[in-house]
Design a protein around this ligand. Structure first.
Ligand SMILES: Cc1cc2nc3c(=O)[nH]c(=O)nc-3n(C[C@H](O)[C@H](O)[C@H](O)COP(=O)(O)OP(=O)(O)OC[C@H]3O[C@@H](n4cnc5c(N)ncnc54)[C@H](O)[C@@H]3O)c2cc1C
Length: 439
């Protein structure tokens, strides 16, 4: 098994080489790296959804913001994901209810729903053409998984979200697959082209006055009443810092915030895209064009792109190693779900790392009084990152206590140092995987 920062970076870079999303956008020319000493109100580390959303809101509130990105805008998880913008949390409500009580657990849930609305609002306000489609289908692939899906449906209904429940043959109304025993459809969640959205956020942030530097990894952060972020050729002094570097933050800058690094674990997840399919076939397979996700621990997630490709995600790796024969593995998995796609080739294969926290609840907080961090989205960050950015902006401008709903959640470190925590997690996850197969 392969572990360690250098391997993580190598795997992560390789996994973005054959991304359908990169192939389907026209990126603007690269932003020059930082080569000077700047002053700002806020320095944001990382130009994914979380960092860009925070930067945009802060600039709209009149603050002077600099964003430092190690690679390119949206080159991390934000530009490569399944594009599924979903209400709720990867953890479910459990950690919120257990730790915060019913009232704040409800506030957290409400914020997760508002996060999906906010994403659409930002696309409208800033004219971001992100191929948004409303509609989400949760599916269960075995009779033992049906009660959990039903409980999910009942919970959604209790929150005022209309659902369409189907079981047995009725599931075929929503998805033409022999695999699923039950499904629940709702229309609050949906899907989008994540890289178009990330590039649109960057454009909007720059239009609002944000100074953005690519190729500018922050290697060190001096803390104090004024923080100073150092890159290879420059530095930014600011009153506040927002750490939104996800799994690669400790890789590019091991000394930036070593106290939060052990609370998340990079877990690889992978996607393939087919060539464009006949629109009639797409409509037959998923008539509503919803995004689909099963309720296994290691889940399959898939949807059609605007140009009628099947984008199929799944598999995981708890080491930093990419599974061998990935395209063929994913193609077989896709064909199990949709036998009609058995002979359809894979045109693109890519992947990335998700920042899993121990309890799978998001991990937001403050280091001292002026360094904020956003991590632990646990594979559920497409919508929630945007809200996280807003909450940080509110906290920095002392407008609201909504950030503290999340900051009060306690998070545990993964056991072991950087070398041991991945194998420990791998063992734990193996158990959950066996449960998916057995029950
Ligand atoms: C294959 C895949 C599929 C997924 N599917 C879904 C899905 O369907 N739905 C969903 O909700 N979530 C999904 N996710 C998760 C979701 O993509 C993430 O939760 C979200 O994009 C995280 O955004 P972020 O801004 O926190 O991190 P990122 O987008 O990873 O951005 C962090 C940025 O910080 C930069 N950086 C790191 N360290 C430094 C440093 N020291 N200095 C400067 N820059 C630095 C990185 O280069 C990177 O660009 C998926 C993730 C993957 C990988």
């Amino acid at each position: 098994m392969m572990f360690g920062a250098a391997n993580l970076l190598r795997s992560d870079t390789q996994l973005n080489q054959r991304s359908y999303y990169e192939a389907s956008v026209q990126r603007p020319p690269p932003q020059a790296p930082l080569q000077e000493a700047l002053q700002a109100d806020v320095v944001v580390i990382g130009a994914g959804f979380a960092g860009l959303s925070a930067a945009l809101d802060l600039a709209q509130k009149g603050l002077d913001v600099v964003v430092l990105e190690a690679d390119r805008v949206g080159s991390g998880a934000s530009g490569r994901n399944g594009g599924q913008a979903i209400v709720g949390f990867a953890s479910g409500q459990g950690p919120f209810e257990a730790q915060l009580g019913a009232g704040d657990a409800q506030r957290a849930w409400d914020l997760s729903v508002q996060a999906v609305d906010l994403l659409q609002e930002r696309m409208r306000e800033h004219q971001i053409d992100g191929d948004w489609v409303s509609g989400y289908l949760y599916v269960a692939d075995g009779s033992k998984k049906v009660p959990a899906l039903r409980a999910e449906a009942e919970f959604l209904q209790s929150q005022g979200i209309a659902v369409d429940w189907a079981e047995g043959d009725d599931v075929q109304r929503h998805i033409r697959s022999p695999r699923y025993r039950a499904s629940v459809r709702e229309s609050r969640s949906g899907h989008l082209h994540p890289l178009k959205y990330a590039l649109g956020l960057a454009r909007a942030a720059q239009a609002a006055g944000v100074r953005l530097f690519e190729g500018s990894a922050v290697t060190a952060l001096d803390r104090g009443a004024v923080v100073c972020a150092h890159t290879a050729q420059g530095q930014v002094r600011a009153r506040f810092a927002v750490l939104a570097g996800n799994c690669l933050l400790p890789v590019h800058g091991p000394a930036v915030a070593p106290e939060i690094a052990p609370r998340i674990m990079p877990v690889g997840t992978y996607m393939v895209a087919t060539p464009p399919l006949e629109p009639d076939l797409c409509e037959r397979l998923i008539p509503s064009n919803a995004a689909v996700c099963d309720n296994n621990f290691v889940l399959d997630y898939f949807r059609f792109s605007a140009d009628h490709r099947m984008l199929f995600g799944g598999r995981v790796s708890y080491t930093t190693m990419t599974p061998p024969g990935l395209s063929a593995l994913m193609q077989r998995r896709m064909a199990q779900v949709f036998p009609d796609l058995a002979d359809v080739p894979v045109a693109f294969t890519w992947g990335g790392f998700v920042d899993i926290s121990m309890n799978r609840a998001p991990d937001f907080g403050r280091l001292g009084s002026n360094v904020y961090y956003l991590q632990g989205f646990s594979g559920h960050g497409v919508a929630l990152t945007g809200m996280a950015g807003r909450l940080v902006a509110e906290a920095i401008t002392a407008q609201d206590g909504r950030f503290d709903v999340f900051a009060r959640l306690k998070h545990h470190r993964f056991p072991g140092g950087p070398l041991l925590r991945t194998p420990t997690l791998a063992l734990g996850m193996l158990w959950h995987r066996m449960r998916d197969v057995l029950f």
